[in-house]
Write a protein that binds this ligand. Structure first.
Ligand code: BGC
Length: 745
């Protein structure tokens, strides 16, 4: 084996020393290696296993996996973390397998590795692309220092249904915003050079349609047409491919009966042919095996044929490729060029990551000690968290808290140090967040009198990634204490919402109100003290019609990560003026779902007659729309100008801070294509600018729109421009807009 390592190094040196471009160097290297691989070794590169930290110990050897690693039958690993552990396994593979091809270590680093940032959905509310790039950069710094080179993020599934537990993991309902955030995240993770020791391969998932699972039920079927596919679901994936994201992941779901893992149209026709994507496609966990459950394959053998022919290159945890592909190639069912294509891409990725040069460079114990969980990252986590908070309501300027001496803090999440860490927490430790109570104590110290009551429990029993969360629905014995606290306080902070594991994978809900006894608790407190600030902590939009009507101040604080309590206190105290805007609509009731701002007009939009598209028992509008979010100050929009010129259309507007404190505003531009060959949305976000505006200051904001902004995808997935009338709308949310209509040719 040592000989082989030497050959590889000499080859690398030969290629590097010659005067050729990096990419032809990589090609030569990969081709040379590929030529020397047996079929079995090639298929090994397409096999991915999950590992606990004891993989190289007894449990690994028990199921024979240990041997497979030594034989070069595994190409990548997920869920093994730590510089020491990854080095150990890497060494085993490099030193024992015939060709010594290094493994890639992968992991779900979704919103931070050790330092935990707000949930992706929460962070999206900041609309701050630089900051989101920065948090991804920190996640990559930490994860790579722990031996990881590949994360299964970002999730770019557009989602419109808050029942789906994984809305927490995405960037909301708007394809334009999701695309921009996807680009920022990819840049933060991958940087400009994948071979850098602190950059890592990103993976956009889940390709495609996963976010539109029927009735918001995870893994459920998706039945959509081509318009929705091309104009809503695919743009973030296309933008990611253009940003050279290293990998794609299949979705679990079927679209119109075709499971994504076996979807030739999505993978071969669109991704590879039309978009020219040259990276790697990994299956989702056992999604090749699940083709049998979908009923499109009778066994894993047939499932392997479907998946490889469609273009799924790596089999995550199904054991399908490793057990079947060799024989399938030998008997002519699968062409060897399919295997070569997959392996070429995988080796190329390994080359780009610099693993052939030094398979151990990511596994540096000293670097891990120095970087992972470094306190300097906490400042960024706090900044991102403050910017993710959305002020939903603030009657009579109840917020910021100003001079109140007696603050009551009530609710099952008030002292919870775990829920703000959220689901998909990577190496974020349980109970490691700054709780709301701690945040308030840190901010106010002895200057206020704090009293606290839990009021009720939220979850009883398990609250972890693997088990169903159980919610308390019986025990009201804590209500009396809550009433007492409320009676003796000038203002009450009610901290209510969902525990960490109530959103995330397999955490769909059919009702999305405040779980358990929390609404009842809120009502009894409200009876004795109306001065309530409701602090919502949750991983999805909730239906809160009663609170929206009766509670004077409401802040959406999501699951904000390690610095949650401090960030919320920054906003409550007025140290930070809230500026977040919702990246997803909050429905009034579950029956409205799916609800989203960029809807089609229908043939029967709102009218005075009964025969229009509506529910009889709820308004058509959402409770809080996309793009909505208040500030402690007020912004006045004026002087909208839309001008068409040779370079496209220029839209300008003046925004004045008419309140009494400086604040950041996110100015949003939407368009509507009035007449087209297919029905177009009533509003489509096409630009936004986030800026600080001083008290009394007026800022002029300008947007430049080009032909592409007025185009849409036809049924073949081609971008088309149809001249005609367009409506331009600019404002502070998707429902508060100034508009103008002009002809665009
Ligand atoms: C999820 C993926 C994730 C994978 C590996 C699956 O259950 O759907 O998003 O990356 O597990 O953990």
């Amino acid at each position: 084996m040592k000989e082989m390592v030497l050959v590889v190094l000499v080859m690398l040196c030969f290629f590097r020393c010659s005067d050729r471009s990096e990419s032809s160097l990589a090609n030569d290297y990969v081709e040379n290696l590929l030529e020397r691989m047996t079929l079995k070794e090639k298929i090994g590169q397409m096999n991915q296993y999950s590992a606990g930290s004891n993989l190289t110990g007894p449990s690994g050897s028990e199921d024979g996996r240990y041997e497979k690693f030594k034989n070069g039958e595994v190409g990548s690993v997920l869920n093994l973390v730590g510089a020491e552990e990854t080095k150990k396994l890497q060494k085993l593979v490099v030193e024992n397998s015939r060709l010594g091809i290094p493994l890639i270590f992968s992991y779900d680093v979704i919103h931070g590795y050790k330092t935990i940032f707000p949930l992706p959905l929460a962070e999206s509310a900041s609309w701050d692309l630089d900051l989101m790039e920065k948090s991804a950069r920190i996640a990559a710094l930490e994860a790579t220092a722990s031996g990881i080179q590949w994360t299964f993020a970002p999730m770019v599934d557009v989602s419109r249904d808050a029942r789906w537990g994984r809305v927490m993991e995405g960037f909301g309902e708007d394809p334009y915003l999701v695309s921009l955030i996807a680009r920022a995240k990819i840049k933060g993770l991958q940087g400009s050079d994948l071979s850098g020791v602190s950059t890592m391969a990103a993976c956009v998932k889940h390709f495609a349609g996963y976010g539109l699972a029927e009735s918001g039920k995870d893994y459920n079927s998706v039945n959509i047409g081509k318009n929705l596919l091309h104009n809503v679901l695919l743009p973030p994936f296309r933008a990611s491919a253009q940003s050279k994201v290293a990998t794609f992941m299949n979705a679990f779901n079927a679209i119109d009966g075709v499971p994504s893992t076996a979807n030739e149209y999505l993978l071969r026709d669109l991704l590879f042919e039309k978009w020219g994507y040259e990276g790697v496609v990994v299956s989702d966990w056992n999604s090749i095996g699940e083709l049998v459950n979908h009923g499109v394959a009778k066994d894993k053998n047939q499932a392997s044929v479907l998946a490889i022919n469609a273009g799924s290159h790596i089999d995550m945890e199904a054991d399908a490729y490793i057990q079947n592909l060799e024989q399938l190639v030998e008997n002519g069912t699968v062409k060897e060029e399919r295997i070569d294509d997959a392996v070429r891409r995988i080796l190329q990725l390994k080359f780009n990551l610099g693993l052939f040069e030094d398979p151990y460079k990511y596994s540096d114990v000293e670097r891990e000690k120095e970087i992972v969980g470094s306190t300097e990252f906490r400042g960024v986590a706090r900044e991102v968290a403050t910017k993710s908070i959305v002020l939903l309501k603030n009657n009579n300027h109840l917020l910021p808290l100003n001079g109140e001496r007696k603050i009551g803090i009530i609710g099952p999440l008030a002292k919870d140090k775990d829920s703000p860490i959220g689901n998909w927490r990577a190496q974020g430790e349980s109970n490691s967040a700054v709780s709301l109570y701690e945040g308030i104590s840190n901010a106010y110290g002895d200057s206020v009198e704090l009293s606290y009551a839990k009021g009720c429990d939220l979850s009883i029993g398990p609250n972890n990634f693997f088990e169903e969360v159980q919610i308390e629905t019986e025990d009201r014995s804590g209500f009396a204490e809550a009433i007492q606290v409320a009676q003796s306080s000038e203002v009450v902070l009610m901290v209510l919402g969902e525990p960490a594991f109530m959103s995330g994978e397999a955490r769909s809900r059919s009702e999305i109100g405040l779980p358990g006894l929390q609404l009842d608790l809120l009502k009894v407190v409200h009876e004795v003290n109306k001065n309530i600030v409701l602090l919502l902590m949750n991983g999805r939009p909730l239906t809160i019609p009663w609170a929206a009507e009766n509670i004077p101040a409401i802040l959406e604080t999501w699951h904000l990560g390690s610095e949650a309590g401090n960030a919320i206190a920054d906003v409550l105290s007025g140290k930070v003026n809230p500026s977040g805007k919702l990246p997803i609509s909050f429905p009034r009731s579950v029956g409205q779902l799916p609800i989203y701002y960029n809807k089609l007009n229908t043939g029967r939009p709102k009218s005075d007659m009964v025969f229009y598209s509506h529910h009889m028992d709820v308004e058509n509008s959402s409770q809080y729309p996309f793009g909505y979010g208040l500030s402690y100050t007020t912004f006045v929009y004026d002087n909208l100008k839309v001008e068409s010129g040779n370079d496209g259309v220029t839209v300008s507007i003046e925004v004045t801070n008419s309140g009494d404190r400086r604040g950041e505003e996110i100015v949003q531009l939407y368009i509507r294509d009035v007449v087209a060959t297919i029905s177009r949305p009533v509003l489509e976000l096409k630009g936004f600018k986030k800026m600080m505006i001083e008290t009394g200051e007026t800022k002029k904001v300008e947007f430049q729109l080009s032909k592409e902004d007025f185009s849409f995808y036809n049924m073949d997935g081609d971008l088309v421009f149809e001249p005609g009338e367009f409506v331009f709308s600019v404002g502070t949310s998707s429902e508060k807009l100034l508009t103008q209509r002009i002809e665009v040719n």
